[in-house]
Design a protein around this ligand. Sequence first.
Ligand code: DTR
Length: 347
Amino acid sequence: MNNSRIAVVIALALLVLLASGCDKKSGSQAGPSPAKAVKLTYANFPPAPTFPCVQMERWKQEVEKRTGGKVTIETYPGATLLDAKDMMDGVIAGQADIGCLCMSYQPGRFAVTNATSLPLGIPNAKVGSQVLWDLYNKYKPEEFKDVKVLTMFATAPSNVMSRKPIRTLEDVKGCALRASGGAAEILAAWGANLVGMPMSDTPDALQKGAVQGLFSSVEVLKDFKFAELCKFVTLTDTVIYPFAVVMNKAKWDSLPSDVQKVMEDLAAEQCVWTGQYMDSHCAEALDWSKKEQQVEVITLSAAEKAKWDESLAPITAAWIAANTAKGLPAAQIVADIKASIAAHAAK
Ligand code: DTR
């Protein structure tokens, strides 16, 4: 190669080097870097029209709106990402960024927050949700240390929905009814043939006749169309089911602080919103069941109700004894729940 050829090759090589350097520059440094988009997945176990999913969609919308589109949330109702009982561990493992769980489905795991399922007279979902949120914030139980709790909320108090009429305590005895957690203990105290399972398994169990009914908040009469099978509702208004929405801890830590603030500011508001939605949706579902599905709503006489309540009296004392033995400040937890009910119910 003569000298001029060598000079041309060197010049070309220099040009290529320069061009690639410019390329890198324009890729990484040109202009202010755009706000990093955040994409989150949110898993839920029941079908889309049910209240845990309605609150999920509302939370998604609010977060997307309040972060100006910086955050987008992909929702997965109907156990398409995680099932009812895998929710907490699935979120801890990062299979979903966010998950909604019913704590009653794992009674021992969430001992403190499940104390809200004791028969202490929570009158509605709004009060129940606030009582649960107060309790969580006071105790910050150890079982949530691996997640960020985004909100909590409660169902409305539970009632018996059944294929056959239940008018007296005698009618419940031996009747196969479905419930979970604290509500299951109530059914057992009334002498029902208790069948424990998550709500998502209940439609099939009712359809196949494995259970004669269930013990839950009454919005499910409409949302799961249980009113087509359960033509009787016995109003007992006893015990709520507590729920939590949790986020994977590492994912939470990776979020920009302004996004974290939006979510933290939304926590208590979402809790109250869901309680209120639950209460009004229960009233609407009961109305629909009577009018459209000819469901009979049975109100117990005061004397009969007293019998039902009397059989529940030992439950709280037994819970305090068992959980004190496990090292929990159980009597204080019950006192806190009672005080919180009184404070919120008075508002
Ligand atoms: N009552 C609880 C929780 C519950 C109430 N309504 C729904 C709807 C969808 C899923 C769960 C729930 C229960 O019976 O499992």
